[in-house]
Design a protein around this ligand. Structure first.
Ligand SMILES: [Zn+2]
Length: 102
């Protein structure tokens, strides 16, 4: 399932650009809260994802099977975010209050 998302140059470049944008915004406005920047980036990314993943309109379409209702799109988005979070090198932090107790 994962390959369908991350095997393209467009995927790599979009992910890299999003991170670069966050770093640039934090750089330009030293007062900015990086949590706000991160939340804004996520809000924009979610908006774009929902826009891009609208079903084509053919109720029989197999490509759109996982996104052909609002509930399925939400579920697919959450499934994918869960996967991304758990793959991230930042998922676990040495400052986690339960670090080392797992
Ligand atoms: Zn379709």
């Amino acid at each position: 399932m994962k390959e369908e998302y991350d095997d393209s140059e467009a995927y790599d470049s979009a992910a890299r650009e999003a991170i670069n944008l966050g770093n640039r915004l934090a750089d330009v406005d030293q007062e900015a809260d990086v949590w706000d920047i991160a939340d804004g980036l996520l809000a924009g990314a979610v908006q774009y994802w929902l826009y891009a993943r609208q079903p084509c309109g053919n109720p029989e379409c197999e490509d759109c099977e996982t996104v052909n209702t609002a509930e399925k799109r939400l579920s697919e988005l959450l499934r994918y975010i869960d996967e991304l979070v758990k793959e991230s090198e930042y998922y676990h932090s040495p400052n986690d209050i339960n670090a080392g107790t797992a």
